[in-house]
Design a protein around this ligand. Structure first.
Ligand code: ADP
Ligand code: AMP
Length: 213
């Protein structure tokens, strides 16, 4: 099953991806995570991406598309994958469609007013887990439940950058909703609810897809 999770920054794509990984055993591919790994490793690609990420702009397509193409050709993607944060503009969507057809695009729809609160309260662990100080806190403050690592806030999750990222979403990414709706593969999910309620709806949407195969 090849699916993409779609929605503005903070909609809950990474959070929902975790449940899908658990249920279907296919990998989550987050371009943001891949880029942050490059940054941590200090690669040339990471150094190049840093400025764009720090100010909440999109990293140039020639970098991101190549990185994605490589990742989805790896062995663990044989049974499918969950894209999270890709595609982010029409050129990325076209590049992807030249490679393969997606089975579904799950569009998590969240009111603008909730997004800033979700993003600024987000805390990360280097193992990939994500928490929220208010809505999904770890059992022990600042400590990851899964690996015991120290939680941190992403530099681009501070309010000034968040506003920029939301603007970039509106101007460059949001039009993909109609692009995928026209292809007949878009599933809208009301993201203004609890993590569990959303997850139940996402699973329902995906299981219908499975039956349809
Ligand atoms: P995205 O991957 O779309 O940027 P995340 O999955 O990282 O978003 O979620 C952003 C923040 O909001 C995280 O701190 C997460 O714990 C929290 N969150 C996710 N889903 C919900 C929800 N339904 N209600 C409240 N908070 C949520
Ligand atoms: P995310 O983790 O999805 O919130 O992405 C964090 C940042 O990484 C974004 O603000 C962009 O700078 C960059 N990024 C992630 N995915 C993409 C993409 N598909 N295209 C361009 N830039 C991206």
């Amino acid at each position: 099953m090849k699916i993409a999770l779609f929605g503005p920054p903070g909609a809950g794509k990474g959070t929902q991806a975790r449940y899908i990984v658990e249920r279907y055993g296919i990998p989550q591919i987050s371009t943001g995570d891949l880029l942050r790994a490059q940054l941590r490793e200090g690669t040339e690609l990471g150094m190049m991406a840093r400025g764009y990420m720090d100010r909440g702009a999109l990293v140039p397509n020639e970098v991101v598309i190549g990185m994605m193409r490589e990742r989805i050709s790896e062995e663990d993607c044989g049974e499918g994958f969950i894209l999270d944060g890709f595609p982010r503009d029409i050129s990325q969507a076209e590049a992807l469609s030249n490679l393969m057809d997606l089975d579904a695009v799950v569009n998590i729809v969240v009111d603008e007013s909730a997004l800033i609160r979700r993003i600024t309260g987000r805390r990360m662990c280097k193992c990939g887990m994500t928490y929220h100080i208010e809505f999904d806190p770890p059992a022990k403050e600042d400590t990851c439940d899964r690996c015991g690592g120290l939680l941190y806030q992403r530099g681009d999750d501070r309010e000034e950058t968040v506003r920029n990222r939301l603007e970039v979403y509106r101007s460059q990414t949001e039009s993909l909703v109609e692009y995928y709706r026209k292809k007949g593969i878009l599933k809208d999910i009301d993201g203004n609810r609890s993590i569990d309620e959303i997850s139940r709806d996402v699973m329902r949407a995906l299981s219908i897809l499975e039956v349809g195969k």
